[in-house]
Design a protein around this ligand. Structure first.
Ligand code: SF4
Length: 211
């Protein structure tokens, strides 16, 4: 493996592979995505995709959600992990935003809402087609980025910062690309032999080193 990787170049095949790939949450608009992102924390995208249609039938937009209460939401999201806090956050969020057109599509505006951290805000901005203001780092990226060698440690915020320093802003979709790679190939048991990043990956090249 080359001793120093030129990451802005080396990341290109990964960016190309997942360019424009939609997030696995099955949303139809930014309102739905925001609600689903809040619900999916510590739960699975699959579970949230299953319950979303009924939820959005009763609460089709921010206006409808702003009239909800924890009691009216409970039948729809009572089985979601940490539902008590999430219900509170959704009700507060909707009371504050009131209408789909007021959804704040900036990192600062989104992270000011309870239940939405940098990871969620970066996802929402990406899916809304806004320029990246950060790099999305989820559990997959926390596993994949240190394996690749583009970042180190286990702290999502620090990993995001390292990637933002290494890559120019126009390549900040690398977070989502690494997340997709982590879901498909760089699983906890990685499928390195078929991975398109194996020529530059620190982990793979380390284990292949002749003893
Ligand atoms: S080569 Fe292996 S460890 Fe490296 S990114 Fe690919 S799957 Fe993950």
């Amino acid at each position: 493996m080359p001793s120093k990787i030129n990451w802005p170049d080396a990341i290109q095949p990964l960016l190309k592979k997942y360019k424009g790939k939609k997030h696995p949450l099955d949303y139809e608009n930014v309102y739905q995505l925001m609600v689903m992102v809040v619900l999916s924390a510590q739960d699975s995208d699959k579970h949230i995709n299953q319950l979303a249609p009924k939820l959005f039938e009763s609460f089709p937009d921010m206006k409808a959600l702003s009239k909800s209460t924890p009691e009216t939401l409970f039948p729809f999201i009572g089985k979601v992990r940490n539902f008590a806090n999430k219900t509170k956050w959704l009700v507060e969020m909707a009371e504050k935003i009131k209408d789909n057109k007021n959804i704040p599509l900036t990192l600062e505006g989104l992270t000011a809402l309870k239940g939405i951290g940098r990871k969620s805000a970066n996802v929402i901005l990406r899916e809304a087609g806004k320029p990246a203001e950060g790099v999305m780092v989820d559990l997959h990226v926390v596993r994949v980025a240190p394996r690749l060698g583009i970042a180190s440690g286990t702290d999502a915020n620090k990993i995001e910062k390292q990637i933002m320093e290494i890559l120019p802003q126009k390549e900040w979709d690398a977070g989502m690309a690494m997340s997709f790679l982590g879901r498909e190939i760089c699983r906890p048991q990685p499928k390195c032999e078929i991975c398109l990043m194996n020529t530059v990956c620190a982990f793979y090249n380390q284990i292949r080193k002749p003893t």
